[in-house]
Write a protein that binds this ligand. Structure first.
Ligand code: HEM
Ligand code: HEM
Length: 189
């Protein structure tokens, strides 16, 4: 399978970015909910430190993913899609990218406002994004939590659309994002 995208298929690198970020998001939500169930203490702080590092990793991966996307072709949407469906697909993907930035940035700002520096797996410490401020911290907790719910809803719509393409419309949209599958349209790369 080719490294780069074609008009008919996502390349290995784009697929890797997509599925790696999906896996890290699952890990991220698991770490947050495990930490949420614990009383204040070292174990909770340890889980949250990991949550922060994984969140910053997602931010770095999204930047690299968009950079790679800008250097590549983007697979064309099936010609059978109606104009409003194209707009919906573009907006949903745009919103997902925006949320993949907003989630880690709101978390990072939240930690700075609380006065906790953000370290990336202990390798380096990131600068504070905002000064220490209690009311800003409280507003950012609500923002981070609300954004997580918005992300969950948009992801559900996105997954529903992918499954509809595969099982009802029976086109290549899901297959071309999956490894080890041959597209039924375009060259078999
Ligand atoms: C894509 C990235 C991220 C996702 C999906 C995510 C998701 C979540 C979720 C679902 C929660 C639980 C909210 C609740 O209590 O109901 C949470 C909590 C939290 N997140 Fe994130 N997060 C991300 C990135 C980050 C980053 C980068 C940081 C900091 C650098 C961060 C810091 C925190 C903190 C400190 C909490 C606990 C807040 C509290 O005290 O209740 N998050 N996050
Ligand atoms: C869990 C979080 C997920 C996020 C944040 C996410 C994000 C994205 C984004 C931003 C794109 C647009 C790619 C681009 O145009 O550059 C995309 C494409 C895609 N995603 Fe997801 N995705 C997620 C989960 C899933 C799941 C679970 C599935 C499968 C059931 C899926 C199937 C697809 C497919 C098939 C495409 C390609 C659409 C096309 O070729 O036009 N995604 N995803």
């Amino acid at each position: 399978m080719a490294l780069r995208n074609t008009h008919h298929r996502w390349g290995v690198l784009s697929q890797t970015f997509h599925w790696l970020i999906v896996a890290l998001l699952i890990l991220q939500v698991t770490l947050a909910s495990l930490a949420d169930d614990l009383p204040p203490g070292a174990r909770k702080l340890g889980l949250l430190a990991r949550h922060k590092s994984v969140g910053i990793t997602i931010l770095m991966l999204v930047i690299l993913r968009l950079l790679w996307r800008s250097l590549n072709l983007t697979p064309l949407l099936p010609t059978t899609l109606k104009p409003y469906e194209r707009v919906l697909a573009r907006w949903t993907h745009g919103l997902l990218y925006a949320l993949l930035f907003a989630m880690p940035l709101s978390g990072w700002m939240m930690s700075s406002a609380r006065g906790f520096p953000v370290s990336w797996f202990g390798f380096f410490t990131l600068p504070d994004l905002v000064p220490r401020n209690k009311s800003l911290y409280e507003a950012l907790i609500t923002t981070h939590e609300t954004l997580a719910w918005v992300l969950a809803v948009v992801v559900m719509l996105h997954v529903a659309a992918a499954l509809k393409h595969h099982f009802m419309l029976r086109d290549d949209v899901l297959r071309r994002m999956l490894p080890f599958t041959a597209p039924t349209q375009g060259p078999k790369t």
